[in-house]
Design a protein around this ligand. Sequence first.
Ligand SMILES: N#Cc1c(-c2ccc3ccn(Cc4ccc(CN5CCCC5)cc4)c3c2)n[nH]c1N
Length: 242
Amino acid sequence: MRIDVITIFPDYLNPLREALLGKAIERERISVGVHDLRDWTHDVHRAVDDSPYGGGPGMVMKPDVWGEALDEVCSPQEATPRLVVPTPAGRPFDQKTAVRWSKDPWLVFACGRYEGIDQRVIDDAAARMPVEEVSIGDYVLVGGEVAALTMIEAVVRLLPGVLGNPLSAEQDSFSDGLLEGPCYTRPEVWRGRPVPDVLRSGNHAAIDRWRRDQALERTFHRRPELLAALPEGDLDKADRKQ
Ligand SMILES: N#Cc1c(-c2ccc3ccn(Cc4ccc(CN5CCCC5)cc4)c3c2)n[nH]c1N
């Protein structure tokens, strides 16, 4: 997978070169290009923003600069990129979206700042490639870079050979529609708190049942709407005793 990120703060994306993502680059599971939007400015001030039409707070990112940047970064190659535009006004980004995007050959992230990017940039790009305006949550950030990092990590960890333990991705929270339950490791007793006996019993049927019950209970208390959204029949008889 090829990933390109366009931003006015390229150093914000340095974490991409660390740890798991850094290893994925080393192993050539992904190639990452980070581009400074100001490289497509032509004025002495390297301006990327201007006042909003219709008034209102803050500044809006200029369409001409973004247009030239996307023309070059997304220029037709052997594949067409999916353009991802983080925005507070976007559709919610979720695990299903991460799984869907993990099958793409090329993702380009357009990281806005200020009050966002002139809408005509998105509309113009949508005439040439798939574009998705997405939000990582119902809170307000200062720009799109942290959202891009979040989404890139959620997608790249799903690629073959990236996670040390591929089972981990399959047993993700949300993969079965529930939150995952608690996890434990040594020591057996820590500050007077023992590991639940069932986890040391060696009875894997009982362990699986306990873990499912814990996931149901946690989901019920923390994210009850996820239970309501479970497909019909996903809750088996044993679950209903919960
Ligand atoms: N993903 C994601 C995001 C973002 C995000 C993503 C991309 C950009 C580019 C610029 N900003 C800053 C900003 C902040 C507030 C507003 C709304 N306006 C304020 C006053 C009138 C409306 C517009 C932009 C961004 C924020 N925030 N939260 C998420 N889950």
